[in-house]
Design a protein around this ligand. Sequence first.
Ligand code: I3P
Length: 126
Amino acid sequence: LADITAGEKPDIKKCEYLNKAKIAEGGKKLRKNWASTWVVLDGKKLLFYKESKQQALTNLKTGCKPESVDLYGAQIEWTTEKSSRKNVFQITTGSGSEFLLQSEKHASIFSWHDAIKKAIDSLGTD
Ligand code: I3P
Protein backbone atom coordinates (compact mmCIF):
# COMPACT_ATOMS: atom_id res chain seq x y z
CA LEU A 1 0.00 0.00 0.00
CA ALA A 2 3.01 2.27 0.08
CA ASP A 3 2.37 2.57 -3.66
CA ILE A 4 -1.09 3.98 -3.09
CA THR A 5 0.04 6.52 -0.53
CA ALA A 6 2.87 7.46 -2.91
CA GLY A 7 0.23 8.18 -5.54
CA GLU A 8 1.04 5.19 -7.78
CA LYS A 9 -1.64 2.86 -9.03
CA PRO A 10 -1.61 -0.59 -7.45
CA ASP A 11 -0.95 -3.38 -9.95
CA ILE A 12 -3.02 -6.19 -8.48
CA LYS A 13 -2.45 -9.51 -10.25
CA LYS A 14 -4.15 -11.90 -7.92
CA CYS A 15 -5.93 -12.13 -4.58
CA GLU A 16 -7.34 -15.03 -2.61
CA TYR A 17 -7.48 -16.59 0.84
CA LEU A 18 -4.52 -18.92 1.40
CA ASN A 19 -3.12 -20.58 4.49
CA LYS A 20 0.04 -18.79 5.51
CA ALA A 21 2.74 -19.56 8.05
CA LYS A 22 5.76 -17.35 8.64
CA ILE A 23 8.59 -19.64 9.71
CA ALA A 24 11.55 -17.24 9.79
CA GLU A 25 12.25 -13.53 9.98
CA GLY A 26 15.62 -11.98 9.22
CA GLY A 27 17.18 -15.44 9.17
CA LYS A 28 15.78 -16.30 12.63
CA LYS A 29 13.40 -19.27 12.94
CA LEU A 30 9.91 -18.60 14.23
CA ARG A 31 7.33 -20.95 15.71
CA LYS A 32 5.03 -22.06 12.92
CA ASN A 33 1.51 -20.73 13.19
CA TRP A 34 -0.80 -21.35 10.22
CA ALA A 35 -3.48 -18.72 9.62
CA SER A 36 -6.00 -18.16 6.88
CA THR A 37 -4.84 -14.95 5.24
CA TRP A 38 -6.09 -12.72 2.43
CA VAL A 39 -3.13 -12.61 0.03
CA VAL A 40 -2.67 -9.98 -2.67
CA LEU A 41 -0.01 -10.19 -5.39
CA ASP A 42 0.64 -6.79 -6.91
CA GLY A 43 3.59 -7.55 -9.21
CA LYS A 44 6.39 -6.31 -6.96
CA LYS A 45 5.22 -7.60 -3.63
CA LEU A 46 2.88 -9.84 -1.71
CA LEU A 47 0.51 -8.32 0.79
CA PHE A 48 -0.87 -10.34 3.70
CA TYR A 49 -4.07 -9.16 5.36
CA LYS A 50 -5.08 -10.68 8.66
CA GLU A 51 -8.60 -9.34 8.54
CA SER A 52 -11.59 -10.26 6.41
CA LYS A 53 -11.71 -9.84 2.67
CA GLN A 54 -14.18 -6.95 3.00
CA GLN A 55 -11.91 -5.12 5.42
CA ALA A 56 -8.93 -5.82 3.17
CA LEU A 57 -10.70 -4.33 0.16
CA THR A 58 -11.70 -1.30 2.22
CA ASN A 59 -8.10 -0.94 3.35
CA LEU A 60 -6.92 -0.98 -0.27
CA LYS A 61 -8.74 2.32 -0.59
CA THR A 62 -8.00 3.82 2.81
CA GLY A 63 -4.34 2.77 3.01
CA CYS A 64 -4.24 0.57 6.12
CA LYS A 65 -1.01 -1.39 6.34
CA PRO A 66 -0.90 -5.11 5.62
CA GLU A 67 2.27 -7.16 6.05
CA SER A 68 4.20 -6.43 2.87
CA VAL A 69 6.72 -8.85 1.36
CA ASP A 70 9.14 -7.49 -1.23
CA LEU A 71 9.57 -10.04 -4.03
CA TYR A 72 12.77 -8.45 -5.34
CA GLY A 73 15.51 -11.04 -4.83
CA ALA A 74 13.07 -13.56 -3.36
CA GLN A 75 13.03 -17.30 -4.07
CA ILE A 76 10.11 -19.67 -4.37
CA GLU A 77 10.15 -23.46 -4.14
CA TRP A 78 7.78 -26.33 -3.50
CA THR A 79 8.39 -28.12 -0.23
CA THR A 80 7.29 -31.47 1.13
CA GLU A 81 9.66 -31.31 4.12
CA LYS A 82 8.64 -28.10 5.88
CA SER A 83 5.07 -29.21 6.52
CA SER A 84 2.91 -32.29 6.84
CA ARG A 85 0.34 -30.48 4.66
CA LYS A 86 0.09 -30.97 0.93
CA ASN A 87 0.26 -28.19 -1.70
CA VAL A 88 2.85 -26.12 0.15
CA PHE A 89 5.46 -23.80 -1.29
CA GLN A 90 8.01 -21.63 0.46
CA ILE A 91 8.97 -18.05 -0.28
CA THR A 92 12.34 -16.89 1.00
CA THR A 93 12.85 -13.14 0.85
CA GLY A 94 16.07 -11.27 0.21
CA SER A 95 16.02 -10.21 3.86
CA GLY A 96 15.89 -13.82 5.08
CA SER A 97 12.22 -14.18 5.96
CA GLU A 98 10.50 -17.46 5.11
CA PHE A 99 6.82 -17.97 4.46
CA LEU A 100 4.86 -21.11 3.67
CA LEU A 101 1.70 -20.76 1.61
CA GLN A 102 -0.81 -23.57 1.24
CA SER A 103 -4.25 -24.30 -0.16
CA GLU A 104 -6.33 -27.43 -0.25
CA LYS A 105 -7.12 -26.57 -3.87
CA HIS A 106 -4.42 -27.88 -6.23
CA ALA A 107 -5.31 -25.61 -9.13
CA SER A 108 -5.34 -22.61 -6.86
CA ILE A 109 -1.92 -23.15 -5.29
CA PHE A 110 -0.31 -24.04 -8.64
CA SER A 111 -1.67 -20.85 -10.09
CA TRP A 112 -0.23 -18.85 -7.17
CA HIS A 113 3.16 -20.53 -7.51
CA ASP A 114 3.20 -19.70 -11.20
CA ALA A 115 2.16 -16.07 -10.72
CA ILE A 116 4.64 -15.40 -7.90
CA LYS A 117 7.47 -17.08 -9.84
CA LYS A 118 6.71 -14.89 -12.84
CA ALA A 119 6.70 -11.78 -10.64
CA ILE A 120 10.05 -12.73 -9.06
CA ASP A 121 11.62 -13.52 -12.45
CA SER A 122 10.39 -10.25 -13.94
CA LEU A 123 12.05 -8.29 -11.12
CA GLY A 124 15.45 -9.96 -11.62
CA THR A 125 18.11 -9.93 -8.92
CA ASP A 126 20.46 -7.13 -9.91
C1 I3P B 1 2.71 -27.11 15.11
C2 I3P B 1 1.38 -27.16 14.38
C3 I3P B 1 1.58 -27.01 12.90
C4 I3P B 1 2.56 -28.05 12.37
C5 I3P B 1 3.88 -28.00 13.13
C6 I3P B 1 3.67 -28.16 14.61
O1 I3P B 1 2.48 -27.33 16.49
O2 I3P B 1 0.75 -28.39 14.62
O3 I3P B 1 0.34 -27.13 12.24
O4 I3P B 1 2.84 -27.76 11.04
O5 I3P B 1 4.69 -29.02 12.63
O6 I3P B 1 4.91 -28.01 15.28
P1 I3P B 1 2.17 -26.12 17.52
O7 I3P B 1 0.84 -25.54 17.16
O8 I3P B 1 2.21 -26.76 18.83
O9 I3P B 1 3.26 -25.09 17.31
P2 I3P B 1 2.17 -28.45 9.74
O10 I3P B 1 0.71 -28.35 9.90
O11 I3P B 1 2.71 -27.61 8.62
O12 I3P B 1 2.70 -29.84 9.69
P3 I3P B 1 6.27 -28.93 12.43
O13 I3P B 1 6.86 -28.69 13.78
O14 I3P B 1 6.63 -30.24 11.83
O15 I3P B 1 6.54 -27.78 11.53
